[in-house]
Design a protein around this ligand. Structure first.
Ligand code: PEP
Ligand code: MN
Length: 519
């Protein structure tokens, strides 16, 4: 039963009502909304008649809650509940994307994945340490050691961590180390575990059992909430049907249904939902369109050799490719997927500035802009938290354009990095060195290769905004007489071949980069 109170009613009248309800052996759970205060009654309310309650002066309206789930019921709490996990808010305007491997396998594996998913915009890191596997012969997880590795990786990347608990005996360990405790599909009705979790304050991620109805899921949730822990996040992860093409059938209708039945946030796990890595992208988009508050996605740096759930794991590169698309879907729904900390640099991936920015900010999102001035502008307008610019090169001297812009925009230098620069002559594969006539590159890169270019008077030099843009142009031209002077990574990213490596005048060639911020 739910009692809606009249606005502005004296406190004494409310107390009088509460006392009477409690004398009937019921628990009163007040919910203070932005407009109205509501009293939720927990317990057997069958002895209470609506008329009897309505006689109290404080009462505006009385509603009977037919459903057996009370605390999770939207009628009890009409507004969406927002749950805080570390600094991340779940259930608000921002969608949360939790990413990471099915299992923590090693320090290197989890740390690498953590950095990469953070950079693409993930807001939490997942990783199983105690694995509930169908076969006792399959990998069971690194257990407590796995949790420690996950915690360290989460701290390094600045991400709260999510991991599954399988047994109440580990409650203290999880309460101490994990930010969001997952109850997996196989344990959704492990009522002893649910009751124990209900005595914590930690948020719980409750996954739907693969043979359970939504009502059973909300009743499982009620076990946690009725013990006092109301920080529950629900998760649809697919149910078992007659279909065998996919590992499970992802029941996306659960999202609008649960959002209507309950005020709690609802996430979707497309990875376990289908079991196929290539289907994760379309199902993630569909989940966002269906109104999910976020996603939990399995990401592995080498799915082929993953110790669990490799076939459904996407790579960090695939994850970075999907995230901007999900951002667009979220925007249509009036939601937002935060980009996180972003760093602006001049050029495209493969430029030396990109390399420097990546070294300086391994977990930030990279924003490639065309000119040095665009970088300074983005920083001064707050579109990027920091910018990375080259200021001096061993062979080509000071980059006066950059230093003048830093001055003009009134930016502050917050950090510096010296990067060894190796220049290469790069061209589409199969290009004959003797047929090259046109060289595309940035002026400063051209200056660093004076000796090599001096030996080739037949070359026509075409200045370009950045070395990476020059590599991109040469790849697009594909005309067998054009080459670029660029980095090895620009060659790799643009599918170009290195015709001559290390063409800079000296092996001791460094560029100093600076990090610029607003004062
Ligand atoms: C998992 O998240 O790795 C997992 C085992 O999920 P589920 O409980 O949904 O199968
Ligand atoms: Mn898994």
């Amino acid at each position: 039963m739910i009692i809606v109170l009249k606005q502005g009613v004296p406190e004494a009248r409310v107390d009088e009502l509460k006392k009477w309800i409690e004398s009937q052996g019921l628990v009163v759970s007040p919910i203070y909304g932005s407009e109205k205060t509501v009293l939720g009654l927990v317990g057997d309310t069958s002895c209470l008649s609506t008329d009897e309650v309505s006689m109290y002066e404080a009462v505006e309206k009385v509603l009977k809650v037919q459903e057996p789930f009370k605390k999770a019921n939207r009628k009890f709490h009409p507004e969406n509940t927002i749950i805080k996990v570390g600094d991340v808010l779940v259930g608000g305007r921002e969608l949360v994307v939790i990413a990471g491997p099915c299992s923590v396998e090693s320090e290197d594996q989890i740390t690498q994945i953590a950095m990469q998913v953070k950079r693409a915009g993930a807001s939490m890191l997942r990783g199983g340490a105690f694995k509930p596997r169908t076969s006792p012969y399959a990998f069971q997880g690194l257990r407590a050691e796995g949790l420690m590795l996950l915690k360290r990786a989460g701290e390094a990347a600045g991400l709260p961590i999510v991991s599954e608990i399988t047994n109440p005996i580990y409650i203290e360990l999880f309460d101490q180390y994990v930010d969001l405790i997952q109850v997996g599909a196989r344990n959704m009705q492990n009522f002893e575990l649910l009751k124990e979790l209900g005595r914590l304050k930690k948020p719980i991620l409750l996954k739907r059992g693969f043979a359970n109805t939504l009502e059973e899921m909300l009743m499982a949730c009620e076990y946690i909430m009725s013990e006092g822990n109301e920080n529950v996040i629900l998760c649809e992860r697919g149910i078992r049907t007659h279909e065998t093409y996919t590992r499970n059938t992802l029941d996306l209708s659960a999202v609008p249904a649960l959002k209507r039945m309950s005020h709690l946030p609802v996430l979707v796990d497309p990875s376990h939902g289908c079991g196929l890595s290539w289907m994760v992208e379309p199902l993630s988009k569909a989940a966002v369109a269906a109104g999910a508050d976020g996603l939990i996605i399995e990401v592995h740096n080498n799915p082929m050799v993953a110790l669990s759930d490799g076939p459904q794991s996407i790579t960090p590169d695939e994850f970075s490719y999907i995230m901007p698309k999900l951002r667009e879907y979220a925007r249509i729904e009036g939601r937002n997927i935060p980009v996180g900390h972003s760093v602006a640099y001049a050029g495209t991936p493969g430029s030396f500035s990109y390399e420097a920015a990546e070294k300086l900010f391994p977990t930030s999102a990279m924003v490639g802009l065309e000119r040095f001035e665009d970088v300074c502008e983005a920083v001064s307008l707050g579109k990027a938290e920091a910018g990375v610019l080259p200021v001096e090169n061993t062979l080509a001297g000071k980059v006066t354009e950059a230093t003048e812009l830093i001055e003009r925009y009134g930016l502050e230098i917050a950090d510096r990095l010296k990067l060894k620069i190796r220049m290469n002559l790069v061209a589409p594969s199969g290009t004959d060195l003797n047929s090259i006539r046109k060289i595309y590159s940035k002026d400063k890169a051209i200056e660093q290769c004076g000796k090599f270019l001096g030996e080739h008077p037949e070359y026509r030099i075409i200045p370009f905004s950045t070395t990476s843009a020059a590599a991109q142009a040469v790849s697009a031209l594909n005309d067998k007489c054009s080459a670029a002077i660029a980095s090895a990574s620009a060659a790799r990213l643009n599918r170009l071949q290195i015709l001559v490596s290390d063409i800079q005048d000296s092996d001791e060639n460094y560029t100093e980069f600076v990090v610029v911020k607003t004062k």
